[in-house]
Ligand binder design. Structure first.
Ligand code: SAH
Ligand code: SF4
Ligand code: F3S
Length: 478
C-alpha cells in the first residue's frame, strides 16, 4: 500500500497482484523527474507491475519529460515518434507522457499526438494505478493535469528500492513560488508544498537503514522549506515546522547519515542561519550550488531574480569566510532577451572573480507563457552560441587550475561503485568511483578481487590524489 500524507487519502484499490505487467520509463530532466520515476515504479509495484529496460516488452511506456528548454521538449516528441510503431504490434500497450511537458500541454497533447493514451502531470503519480484501472474498464484516453494546492496534494512517501544506492535523494518539497521570468517550472510544478519534517526524517531513516550514506535534500527552492506549512491552516503542526537550516540539523542527528547535500537554493534566500551550518554540522558537505544566472544587475532585474550582483558577492564572501574550503557551483543563462555584449562580459567577469568549481551554462530558450516571452527572443542564435562557448572556455581554465591544485592532497571519498569506464568494461585498470565532500569525482584503482566483491562500496576512504588527467581525478587508498 502506498503511504500518503497531507490531504485526500482515497484508496487506490488493489488489482491483481499475480499477473506481472511490465512498465518501461524513460526519464528526462532534473532530479525531480528521476525521483518521480522511482515513485511511479513504487506505486505500480503492489499492482503487479515490474520495470523493464526493453520498450518492446512493456505493457505501459511512460516518458517522464522535461520542458525547461525547447530542446528538451523536442527530444520527447521525437522519442514518442520512435516508440509509436510498438503500438501496431501490441493493441494493449499504453503509451503515456508524464512530467513537465505533460503538465504544460495537458489534454491538448492527446490531440497533438493521436497515438498517445495517457497524459499525467507530476501531481498525479499516486493516482496512476487508478487511471490504469479506468483504462481497463474501457476509458480510452486519459489526461490528468490539475495542479494541486497543498490541501489536496499527496506526496508518495519513498520506500527503499531493491538496490538502495550509497547516495540517495529525498524530496523535501515540490513546486516553486519564485517568479524568475524565463522559467517554466512554476507552471509545471505549481506552488510550493513541503513534506512534513516527520515524513522527511522517516524517509531518510529508511534509506539509511537500507544502505544509503549520503542524502541530498531535494527541491526547486529548498531554502523556502516549511514556509507553506507554517503559514497555512495547519493548526498545531505549524508551530513544529523547522526552517530549512533546522531540518538539516535534524537530519544530521539521525544515526548513520554520513553526508548531507541539498539542491537547489535561491541565492536570495541563502540566509545566515544556513551559511552558519557549513563547517559546523559535521555531515553537511562543503559544497553549495548557488545559481547566479547572470553577472549584470539590469539582466538580473529583467530575470526577476530579486538580488543584485553585490548582494550575491556578499553571500559568496560570507560562505567563504564561514568555510574557506567550500566548493561553489552555479547556473548561467546566456543570451537572455536584450543582453548586450557589455552585459554578457559582466557574467564572464563574475566567473573569473568567483572562480566556481563547476558551472552549468545554458543558452536562453523562450518558454511559452513566461513573462520573458513578452520580451521577445532577441539575441541571435549565433551570438548565444558564441557566448556559451566563451563562458565554458573561461570556466574550463578555472576548473583545470583548481583540479591541478588538488594533486598530492588527501581527501575523504565516499565510494559509490565502479567507475563509468570500469562499469562498461573499458580499460585494463579496474576502478571504483567516489566523490569528495566538495563533490569532485575521484577514480581509484582496485585489485580484481576487491572490484568484484564490491567491498569498498559505501566506504568513506582517505584517498591521495595521484593524477589529474583531462578534468578527471585519480587517486589511491591510503
Ligand atoms: N530551481 C532551480 C533549478 C531550475 S532549472 C534554480 O532555481 O536554480 C535549472 C537551470 O535551468 C536554471 O538554474 C537556469 O539556469 C536554467 N533555465 C531555466 N529556464 C531556462 C530557460 N528558459 N532557458 C535557458 N535556461 C533555463
Ligand atoms: Fe525556476 Fe526560478 Fe523557481 Fe528556479 S527559482 S525553479 S529558476 S522559477
Ligand atoms: Fe525539467 Fe521539470 Fe525538472 S521542466 S528541469 S523536469 S522541474
Amino acid at each position: 500500500m502506498v503511504s500518503v500524507e497531507l490531504g485526500r487519502s482515497e484508496d487506490i484499490g488493489e488489482t491483481a497482484r499475480a499477473a506481472t505487467r511490465f512498465v518501461h520509463i524513460q526519464t528526462f530532466g532534473c532530479q525531480m523527474n528521476v525521483n518521480d520515476t522511482d515513485r511511479i515504479l513504487q506505486v505500480l509495484a503492489p499492482h503487479g507491475w515490474a520495470a523493464t529496460e526493453d520498450p518492446a516488452q512493456a505493457h505501459l511506456i511512460l516518458l517522464n519529460t522535461c520542458s525547461i528548454r525547447e530542446k528538451a521538449e523536442q527530444k520527447m516528441l521525437s522519442q514518442l515518434g520512435r516508440l509509436a510503431p510498438l503500438k501496431e504490434y501490441n493493441d494493449e500497450l499504453v503509451l503515456g507522457v508524464a512530467g513537465c511537458v505533460a503538465q504544460q500541454e495537458g489534454a491538448a497533447l492527446l490531440h497533438k499526438v493521436p497515438y498517445l493514451d495517457l497524459v499525467m502531470g507530476p501531481d498525479h503519480i499516486a493516482e496512476l494505478p487508478a487511471m490504469l484501472e479506468r483504462m481497463k474498464q474501457g476509458e480510452r484516453r486519459i489526461a490528468e493535469t490539475e495542479l494541486y494546492k497543498r490541501k489536496d496534494f499527496r506526496f508518495v512517501e519513498a520506500e527503499p528500492r531493491e538496490e538502495t544506492k550509497v547516495s540517495e535523494f529525498v524530496t523535501i518539497m515540490k513546486g516553486c513560488d519564485k517568479v524568475c521570468s524565463y522559467c517554466i517550472v512554476p507552471f509545471t510544478r505549481g506552488r510550493e508544498v513541503s513534506k512534513t519534517p516527520e515524513m522527511v526524517l522517516r524517509e531518510v531513516e529508511k534509506l539509511v537503514a537500507s544502505g544509503a550514506k549520503e542524502i541530498t535534500l531535494l527541491g526547486q527552492n529548498v531554502n523556502s522549506y516549511g514556509k507553506d506549512l507554517q503559514s497555512d491552516d495547519m493548526g498545531p503542526l505549524a508551530r513544529r515546522v523547522p526552517s530549512f537550516a533546522q531540518l538539516i540539523k535534524q537530519v544530521d542527528a539521525l544515526p548513520g547519515v554520513e553526508r548531507i547535500r541539498f539542491t537547489t537554493s535561491h541565492p536570495m534566500d541563502a540566509i545566515d542561519d544556513l551559511i552558519a551550518l557549513f563547517g559546523t554540522v559535521k555531515s553537511l558537505c562543503e559544497f553549495f550550488h548557488l545559481p547566479v544566472q547572470a553577472g549584470n544587475d539590469r539582466v538580473l532585474e529583467e530575470m526577476r531574480r530579486a538580488y543584485t550582483i553585490e548582494s550575491y558577492r556578499e553571500t559568496v564572501r560570507k560562505l567563504r569566510a564561514q568555510c574557506p574550503d567550500i566548493a561553489l557551483s552555479t547556473d548561467i543563462i546566456v543570451g537572455f532577451p536584450g543582453e548586450t555584449d557589455a552585459e554578457f562580459e559582466d557574467t564572464v567577469r563574475l566567473l573569473e572573480e568567483v572562480r566556481y568549481d563547476s558551472i552549468f551554462a545554458f543558452k536562453y530558450s523562450e518558454r511559452p507563457g513566461t513573462r520573458a516571452e513578452k520580451l521577445g527572443d532577441t539575441v541571435p542564435e549565433a551570438t548565444k552560441k558564441a557566448r556559451l562557448a566563451k563562458v565554458l572556455e573561461v570556466q574550463e581554465r578555472v576548473t583545470r587550475d583548481k583540479m591541478e591544485a588538488m594533486g598530492g592532497k588527501v581527501v575523504e571519498v565516499l565510494i559509490e561503485g565502479p567507475s563509468q569506464r570500469s562499469a562498461k568494461g573499458v580499460g585494463t585498470n579496474l576502478q571504483m568511483m567516489g566523490r569528495t565532500r566538495q563533490n569532485h569525482i575521484v577514480n581509484v584503482p582496485v585489485p580484481l578481487g576487491d572490484f568484484w566483491s564490491r567491498r569498498w562500496v559505501g566506504k568513506l576512504a582517505a584517498v591521495e590524489i595521484t593524477e589529474v588527467k583531462s578534468n578527471t581525478l585519480f587517486g589511491r587508498f591510503i
